[in-house]
Design a protein around this ligand. Sequence first.
Ligand code: SF4
Length: 74
Amino acid sequence: MKFFVTPDVYRTRYDRCKTCEEFNETLKQCKMCQCIMPLKAKLSQSSCPKGYWLAARFGNTTDIPTLDPPGDQG
Ligand code: SF4
């Protein structure tokens, strides 16, 4: 298991955070988990507390989940 995700996964995760209502742009911090997202989004086993992105088992792009929150699809 890789400790860090690939740059593609990191960008996908962090881009989602930047559009999230829980993201504090000034502190780069999630208001739900209090994590500093430029760091947390790099860790392969971390996940979004609202389910917007999941842990990446192998740290690669095949593990990028949907960018829509659960329940918003279809
Ligand atoms: S971790 Fe999830 S809830 Fe927190 S800012 Fe990112 S997308 Fe939003």
